[in-house]
Design a protein around this ligand. Structure first.
Ligand code: RIB
Length: 304
């Protein structure tokens, strides 16, 4: 079994700010860094660091070759990463004291993916393999349909939320990983339990992971509902915490379907990620996440 992450590769321009910019305001930032990011890249790094056989499909420009190199150095198969005559996607990220962020995207090469490129990238995958998708590239709808036509399993992180997602065949998704905002978009509900109930009514065949940031995360399928609290840490930068959670959850859940273990490991990996600056660079290695979990987890902290 392998996981193909079909997703975004971004150059993250990160500004440390006293507070998020208000409309019309001009403000000095406190620090700047240029990092590897993109939800696709971050989730692929998390998967690979968690031990999953991981491949990547996506697009960059000449200015983004270092992103492909980082994936390769992390053990991700990058044969399906195309270098296009377009600038690499980028993100302008404000990080405030306490680690909260605000992100502005420009899709660049991420938005140049065509149905032909998608079909080509899915070649060689077999039933039993998984595709992990987000919503930062063009042709997500087509990729989902083509993956299912090939008999592949699909995990979808519908982030960032957009109105187009309502038209996607979400009932065919095997695992949906989303936060409260995305859950609200899909169900119209605001309370976590109502979001979970609404998603199960609409997509009864789909397993759901609902992440709530500092309020923990739920897993729900037709048989069970589980909850794991967030692991308390001092946050430096929450960028890619959700991506870390997604990659670690999937890598831990896929082999045996142990959702309680996967929630616990993902919560610990994501907690470590928020204690460090940056996106891809903040994602822990498997040994580190496991050791952190051993130190902090108590038996029975995963409630039915
Ligand atoms: O989820 C965090 C990521 O969102 C950042 O790395 C940025 O590139 C955007 O894709």
């Amino acid at each position: 079994m392998k996981v193909l992450v079909f997703g975004s590769l971004n150059i993250d321009h990160v500004y440390q700010v006293p507070h998020f910019l208000r409309p019309g305001e001009t403000m000095d930032s406190l620090a700047y860094s240029r990092n590897a990011g993109g939800k696709g890249l971050n989730q692929a790094i998390a998967l690979a660091r968690a031990g999953m056989d991981t491949a990547f499909a996506g697009a960059i420009g000449q200015d983004g070759l270092f992103l492909r190199q980082l994936l390769e150095d992390t053990g991700v198969d990058t044969a399906r990463v195309q270098v296009l005559d377009s600038p690499t996607g980028h993100a302008i990220i404000q990080v405030e004291a306490g680690g909260g962020n605000a992100i502005l995207l420009l899709g660049g090469a991420n938005r140049c993916i065509t149905p032909e490129m998608a079909a080509h990238a899915l070649e060689g995958l077999c039933p039993g393999d998984w595709v992990l998708l987000q919503n930062e590239i063009s042709c997500g709808y087509e990729i989902l349909r083509m993956a299912k036509q090939r008999g592949l399993s699909v995990a979808l992180n519908p982030s960032p939320a957009s109105p187009e997602l309502a038209a996607w065949p979400l009932d065919t998704v095997d695992l949906l990983l989303l936060n409260e905002v995305e859950g609200n978009d899909l169900t119209g509900c605001t309370e976590p339990q109502a979001i979970l109930d609404g998603l199960m009514q609409r997509y009864p065949q789909t397993a759901v992971v609902l992440t709530l940031g500092a309020d923990g995360a739920y897993y729900r399928d037709a048989q069970q509902q589980l909850y794991h609290p967030a692991v308390p840490v001092t946050a430096v930068d929450t960028t890619a915490a959700g991506d870390t959670f997604t990659g670690y959850f999937l890598a831990a859940w896929l082999p045996g379907g142990d959702a309680a273990h996967a929630l616990r490991l993902a919560a610990h990996a994501a907690a470590l990620a928020v204690t460090r600056p940056g996106a891809g660079a903040s994602i822990p290695e498997a040994e580190e996440a496991a050791a952190f979990m051993d130190r902090t987890s108590k038996n029975g902290d995963c409630d039915q």
